[in-house]
Write a protein that binds this ligand. Structure first.
Ligand SMILES: NC(=O)c1ccc[n+]([C@@H]2O[C@H](COP(=O)([O-])OP(=O)(O)OC[C@H]3O[C@@H](n4cnc5c(N)ncnc54)[C@H](OP(=O)(O)O)[C@@H]3O)[C@@H](O)[C@H]2O)c1
Length: 288
């Protein structure tokens, strides 16, 4: 039985659908049982746990062949990343107690970077889970294509996408969450020893200008990408309600300056199949 956290989200949901399609038993680990109905109807066992709570997580992982860890996103962390550290401590304690046969943990491109930034939260998770006694895989995907959900309204209504990724012609490794879930399902069903890192991107790299061009095709209107100047970011993020914009700004710097990247050379990186056109088509049709 595979215990899947984050199952009500994009990656966890895609992963669970793949496992169920392969005839594997799935335990849906949810924080709100009222959101688990669809998974119960598909035949999943349902258990409730919070990623910050070691004892509920240990119960959720008990007897599992494999566990999938999806660390919750925290875009506005307090200094020192206390929110991520709470999750890391709870997950580590739960894995040590439940002792599943193997673990796949969702990490990120750039988790190996030395510079402190938003993704340091995953660096810390990797450091902690490297000490676990069971085999652990860190799946490090590129930038999610679904992040373009933020751009759908402006692209449709105004024909502009505002880009923090720059310069506008710089290709960025992106991947669809469907590919991340599919690869996570494959990894969970494998047998390996020790710690391994698997890096994943989509069929081709995507610049902000490419993103605008694909939006234009999907929306059948002109769409262009526009740079959001670096010196305006902090004030902008604060008006959006952020209290600690620096980690997010440093993450964007990391992509733009190139110190957030894959660790392997290109022949060591897995490639997904799902095209940007497919993802943007779904995002646009969901809005209409
Ligand atoms: N966006 C990117 O470009 C990118 C790139 C690489 C890696 N990642 C990683 O991808 C992950 C996000 O994946 P996603 O897009 O599939 O997320 P998502 O769609 O936002 O779903 C998040 C899932 O986590 C659950 N969750 C959140 N907080 C929780 C908590 N405290 N306790 C228990 N469950 C909790 C949510 O449950 P509810 O349904 O109850 O809310 C939901 O199932 C993050 O770890 C992020 O670092 C993102």
């Amino acid at each position: 039985m595979y215990a899947i956290t984050g199952i009500t989200g994009k990656v966890g949901g895609a992963l669970a659908r793949e496992l169920l399609a392969a005839g594997q038993p799935v335990r849906a680990v949810v924080r709100d049982a009222t959101r688990a109905q669809a998974w119960a109807e598909r035949g999943c066992e349902i258990t409730t746990a919070f990623m910050e709570d070691a004892s509920s997580l240990a119960a959720a992982f008990e007897g599992a062949t494999g566990v999938f860890i999806l660390p919750p996103s925290e875009f506005d962390p307090e200094p020192g990343f206390p929110e991520a550290r709470t999750v890391i401590d709870a997950v580590s304690a739960a894995l040590l107690k439940a002792r599943p046969d193997k673990v796949v943990c969702l990490s990120t491109i750039g988790a190996q970077a030395d510079e402190v930034n938003l993704l340091t939260q995953r660096t810390l998770m990797e450091q902690a889970l490297r000490e676990m006694p069971m085999p652990v895989t860190f799946l490090r995907p590129g930038w999610f294509m679904e992040n373009a959900a933020w751009d759908v309204a402006c692209a449709s209504d105004d024909g502009v996408i505002a880009s923090y990724l720059q310069p506008l012609d710089k290709p960025v490794p992106m991947v669809a969450t469907a590919d991340v879930g599919r690869v996570a399902a494959e990894l969970l069903q494998q047998t390996w020893r020790g710690v391994r890192v698997v890096e994943l991107e989509g069929p081709r790299r995507v610049s902000p200008n490419d993103l605008a061009a694909v939006f234009a095709g999907v929306l059948r209107r002109q769409v262009r990408a526009e740079v959001v100047e670096r010196q305006t970011w902090e004030a902008l993020f604060r008006t959006q309600g952020m209290k600690h914009p620096l980690p997010r700004m440093r993450m964007l710097d990391g992509f733009n300056e190139g110190w957030i990247d894959f660790e392997n050379s290109s022949d060591g990186i897995l490639r997904g199949h799902v095209e940007l056109e497919t993802v943007l088509g779904e995002l646009v049709s969901r809005r209409t």
